[in-house]
Design a protein around this ligand. Sequence first.
Ligand code: M6R
Length: 615
Amino acid sequence: MCGIVGYIGHREAYPIVLKGLQRLEYRGYDSAGIALYDGEELKMCKTKGKVADLKNKFEEEVTTNGTVGIGHTRWATHGEPNDVNSHPHYSNSGDLVIIHNGIIENYDSLKKELKKRGYTFKSDTDTEVLVNLIEDVIINEKVKLGKAVQIALNQTIGAYAIAVFNKTKPDEIVVARLGSPLAIGVGEDEFFVASDASPFLEFTNNAIYLEDGEMAVIRRDKDVKVRKIHDDSLVDPYVQELQMNLEQIEKGGYEHFMLKEIHEQPNAISDTYRGRMLVDQGIIRMAGVDDNMERIANAKRIIIVACGTSWHAGLVAEYIFEDIARIPVEVEYASEFRYRNPVISENDVVISISQSGETADTMAAIKLAKEKGAFTFGVCNVVGSSISRETHAGAYTHAGPEIGVASTKAFTTQITVLTLMALKLGKFKGTISHSDFQFHLQELERIPEKVKEALKSDELIQEIAAKYKDAPNCLYLGRGYNFPVALEGALKLKEISYIHAEGYPAAEMKHGPIALIDEQMPVVVIATKKGHYEKVVSNIQEIKSRKGKIIGIVTKGDEEVRDLADYVIEVPETLESLTPLLTTIPLQLLSYHIAVLLGKNVDQPRNLAKSVTVE
Ligand code: M6R
């Protein structure tokens, strides 16, 4: 999704804004732009393409210095990706300039009104409408920029994070948010604005995260005044100290963020359970669950809402919660749930899973569940994110920043948190025996080492990737706990290599997908010893007799599948409920290596955004 960056202070703004845009590249975008004010003129440069293209263009066309600037990476919603539609956008007078992440849904009617009043538009964007609306308010109501932004936003419907600058008042930037994230970095006599903290981490660890419906006037060398957009009330801004460091958001010697994040999983998983799981004492501590134990454990039903990979983690959790805590679970795409008038009661607990904590549909699903009286629980990675703040309680995954668009460590750490939660509930409810509980804790503690072992198959996986990289289609099969892993494996391949892939429960193969199998079709089958092994082996036989190419993900030492498959990739043995934490590793590596061999942009696949902050 779009990324926004801004700076006002005593340093040169251009390198800060440009680097900030590079740090936001992971969000996914198709064009980029910068506007700088050099004390006299407002200079703008924007282009379709990457931030590297913007840098070249800027350095060719613009020779300016300035201590205030804004920049944007655009993920097109209104209007195709091209230079004109890229942000920033000027107002008609050329005094105002704006960057925007989100959608102004009523932009068309606003545009018609503005046209009647003589405004003209160069782009097809909703954003250009907004900046002219602000200008119109300044002219007609004779108010300052901050007030004008507030009045204008109260006429809009939609979602936004914006930063606006007025060259006639060059010592302030006005920002606002509703439904799209916005953080203000607070330095020594300088301020930063960004969609997340990564653009300003090297300058300051202090940040103000605006809440939905808030705006701020940021004044150079002075202060940040935060108020509610709707009723104008002043808000005391909370300056939060960030725990992230720069190293976490850099590649650290790996060729891609995705590969780094795949290899970070042993540590990410132990970071997720560290301090929570006290194996010797047989205790799991999770404040968000402890404080609401009765409410959660007595839920008539748990509904899990999420999108994409997080939805797959939710499917794994369905098995875990039902198995261990004996609470009925439904897993829903947040985008469907929010619009289908679901039956929800006060006895339901709605768990949202989101790496970014900003996914628009997941956020809307949570709001709906709250309105209907459900207790809401958020499993998020990004600390302080919108979903983590909107929910009644929650648990962070502590995976560290995930920059690659394709989720990897987010998935395994979500499963880890949800496993801890299910075990805790099971213990409280008495649906798991003490010895079983203890055994789960001990085994979970061994998972990071086992993930390390699974990562050792990298070379073999590269060989397999080379063999099948040109396949036009690929099928992924798994059963039980590993059915969602099959879905996740297929998603990984699709999103970064653009090869069509389908994930299926292995037993469903006979109800359709088997028709696709011929000697061209690679079929990845998760066939670990625990969990319907014999049944899956029968499915493998069926694939083999139709000449499909079989890549088996098997438990270490398995000989039966080895005899049938073209390749086998071994993972260490573990409890059935924990196998997804291991079987997903070779699938991540397989998609990664295929994408690299095909020369695809692994970390920023086409059309995709890291956090989907629009519907
Ligand atoms: O930030 P979220 O977990 O809410 O994002 C949901 C999906 O957009 C996300 O999981 C997406 O499917 C993955 N990045 C794909 O790898």
